[in-house]
Structures are given as C-alpha cells and as structure tokens.
Design a binder for this molecule. Structure first.
Ligand code: FAD
Length: 372
C-alpha cells in the first residue's frame, strides 16, 4: 500500500524495529514513548535464528557482534557463597556460549537501532496515547500531553501492559497468562569483581544472578522469584523495592549488598512473567500490535527480543507490499503465527529453566524471513 503516516506507541525493540523498517519504506513515523528518554537498563537479551537475518538486513550484524556480552561462563554458589559448580560452556542467561547467537545488553541493541533510525522518524518522549478513534480514513488519537492528531495507522509496540491493546482490543486480564514468577533487574557496581562472568544462587523459590557487563565496569543483578499473593504489581516501584528487600533478606550469599545497591540503582525493572495470547488476533482495522504487546512469550522463553525484531520487519514488509492495510495486517499475522506459537511453547517450566538447545534453535528458526 502507499506509505502514509503511522503512529508507533512504544520505543522498545519491537517499536524501534517497526519504525526502522516503516521509515525505510517511506512511511512518516511518529513514535510516542511513555518514558522521558530512551530507556536504559535490562539484562542480557539474545538475538537468535531468523532474527539474525533481520539484523543483517539492517546492516547491524557486525556492530551487534561487537557489543556482545562476551560472558565466558558461570558458577553456582550456595547460600554461604560456596561455589558448587563452574561451567564454561553454558550460561544461565544465554544458554550455550559457543554458537551464532548474539547475547547483548538490551539498551545496547536499542541504542544501535535508534542510531540507525536517526532523524527518519519523529520521537515524542514522556507521553502516551489516551484514546484511539478509528474511522474509514484513519485514526484520531488523543495524548496525555500533546495535541490530538490523526494517523493512517496505529501500531501498539508498548509491551506486555500495552495501552494500545487495552484501548483497541480489551482489558489486559483477557489476554494475560501468568507464569507464577516475577523478575527484577537492576545495575550495581561490580563489587564481586566478576570478569566476564555470572554467578548464581538457585533455590526452589529464587534464582539470583549477578553478571558483569560493560567490560566488567559494572554488574547487573537479576532476581527471579515465585510470585506470592502479596507481590506488588508492576506500577508501584517503592513497594516493589520494599517487597524485594524483605523477600530476599534471608536468602544469604551477597543478597544484603545487592539489596542495598538496589535502592541506588539508576535503572530498576520489575514485572510479572506472563505470556500474552490473543486468540482472535492482534490486528483490527487500522490498529495492529507488535512484539510483547501482541504475543509476549516472557523472558523465560529467551525469545522476546528476536520476536520483536522479526515482528517489526514482517509488519513493515507486509504492509508495504500489500494492496491495503487489511491485507497487509492479515499477511503479517499469518506470517508470524507459527513462529509465535513455537516460541511461546518453549516455556513449560515455572522455575525458568532454559529450553533444551535443540528446541530453542528450532523455535528460533520457525519463520523464514522473506525479502520484501
Ligand atoms: C526497561 C526494560 C528492561 C527489560 N529487561 C529485560 C531483560 O532483562 N530480560 C528480558 O528477557 N526482557 C527484558 N525486557 C523485556 C524485553 O525487552 C522484551 O520482552 C522484548 O525486547 C520485546 O520488546 P517490546 O518492544 O515488545 O517490549 P518492551 O521492551 O517492554 O518495550 C515497550 C516499550 O513501550 C513503552 N511503553 C509502555 N507503555 C507505554 C505507553 N502507554 N505509551 C508509550 N510507550 C509505552 C515502554 O516504556 C517500553 O519502552 C525489558 C523491558 C524493559 C522495558
């Protein structure tokens, strides 16, 4: 279809991928991001299988490889900090080390794509859509701060708790499938002196990982734990930190120092692990979803970022080669369906164990990305 103007809600990996590809195909793209500036933080994320082909088409494969975490291995410790095992072949965050996958920091990848987009799209930070009113010729959009505007199409790339999905498809509870665990991630000093290494403590209820990042200049802590009835929701950061301080107080190892650092962390991410399933589809009229907003597979799949990168590419490609948005959105959804299903099916275990490497490789390649 003829390129027009499109609103993308959310500047995560899905929104940035969609923006990059739509702008390259001549669309005038406006990105509205709720955060006041590009979001920092997050753990190591993985780009695998078909998603590597998308990075390659973006001309970013080499730069992404140079940004690799280069983690050399992991050790497991007990609550007293005594090392139980060392492994230089696999890590808890990325699986098998020696393969073609690219493990890099989430904000390094979003930085690369943002740089490549450059001035080819308009970015509005610190705002959010409040209403979407689609009609025959476009969508009238109102915002929390900006003046109302009209767009030909609206793309919801605003993550698991998508506002666009709530406005256009219905309340989150209809689509969320909780996996029984929560995750928190934050930056600390590398006070364990880790060298391209991750150290983990695992109990039935908890998984604590500390890994060195940015050439060991700092570290990221990941707290993964079984949800309880009093776990706060994703909105109240003060309560989340208070909850974690209490919940992990008796866990031993270096938890006191980690929890102390949590209060000062410049970035702090906390959310429930869940999957988003939309049996009636994630496109309706002039509005479509991409990435976690449409089909979150959860961090436990290790595939959220790859799905987001591929989704943005396929969405832009199908829209631009179809006769109209109905045909384009329909083709996008059909192309993605079995890839999404294969990756959501990787999550079977509520302890957050990595899927078997063969199953992961199969799911990661469950779509053949076309040349549009
Ligand atoms: C800060 C952060 C850290 C993360 N860390 C990890 C991690 O360590 N490991 C892991 O596996 N996954 C992590 N994730 C999730 C992972 O990035 C995604 O699963 C995956 O990359 C798919 O990306 P997405 O773009 O669909 O969603 P997200 O990465 O969730 O991006 C959604 C974007 O939309 C924005 N947004 C939300 N609501 C609105 C709104 N109403 N209006 C405008 N913008 C809005 C958000 O601020 C965010 O920038 C993290 C996500 C975030 C936001």
């Amino acid at each position: 279809m003829k390129a027009g103007n499109v609103l993308v809600s959310g500047a995560g990996i899905a929104g940035l991928s969609a923006t990059y590809w739509l702008a390259r195909r001549g669309w005038r793209v406006t990105v509205v991001e709720r955060a006041p500036a590009p979001r920092i933080g997050g753990q190591a994320i993985d780009v695998r299988g078909s998603a590597l082909g998308v990075l390659d088409r973006m001309g970013m494969l080499d730069r992404a490889r140079r940004a690799k975490t280069a983690i050399q291995g992991m050790s497991m410790v007990d609550a007293d900090g005594v090392e139980l095992l060392r492994d230089t072949e696999t890590t808890i965050t990325g699986g098998v080390i020696d393969n073609d996958d690219i493990e890099l920091m989430r904000d390094d990848l979003s930085g690369l794509v943002t740089e490549a987009i450059g001035s080819s799209a308009e970015f509005v930070f610190g705002d959010s859509v409040t209403e979407l009113a689609p009609d025959d010729s476009g969508v009238a959009v109102t915002f929390e701060h900006a003046e109302p505007r009209r767009f030909d199409l609206v793309i919801g790339a605003d993550g698991t708790h998508s506002r666009v999905r709530a406005l256009a498809f219905g309340q989150e509870a209809r689509f969320t499938h909780a996996l029984g665990r929560h995750i928190a991630i934050f930056t600390t000093e590398n006070f364990l002196g880790l060298e391209h290494w991750q150290t983990c403590l695992r109990t039935d209820d908890h998984l604590v990982v500390m890994m060195s990042v940015r050439d060991d200049a700092e570290a990221r802590v990941l707290l993964n734990f079984k949800s309880t009835s009093d776990t706060p929701d994703h909105r109240d950061v003060q309560r989340q930190k208070e909850f974690l301080a209490k919940h992990f107080a008796g866990a031993g190892w270096e938890l006191p120092r980690m929890l102390d650092a949590m209060w000062r962390a410049p970035d702090f991410y906390f959310d429930e692990m869940c999957q988003i399933k939309m049996p009636d589809g994630w496109c309706a009229g002039r509005i479509a979803l991409v990435g976690d907003a449409a089909h979150c597979a959860s961090p436990m799949s290790g595939q959220g970022t790859s799905l987001a990168l591929v989704g943005g590419y396929v969405l832009a490609g199908e829209l631009s080669t179809a006769g109209d948005h109905d045909a384009g959105f329909g083709a996008y959804q059909r192309e993605m369906a079995s890839y999404v299903a294969a990756n959501q099916a990787l999550v079977m275990d509520d302890r957050g164990a990595q899927a078997h490497p063969e199953a992961l490789a199969k799911a990661a390649n469950a779509i053949t990305v076309k040349d549009y």
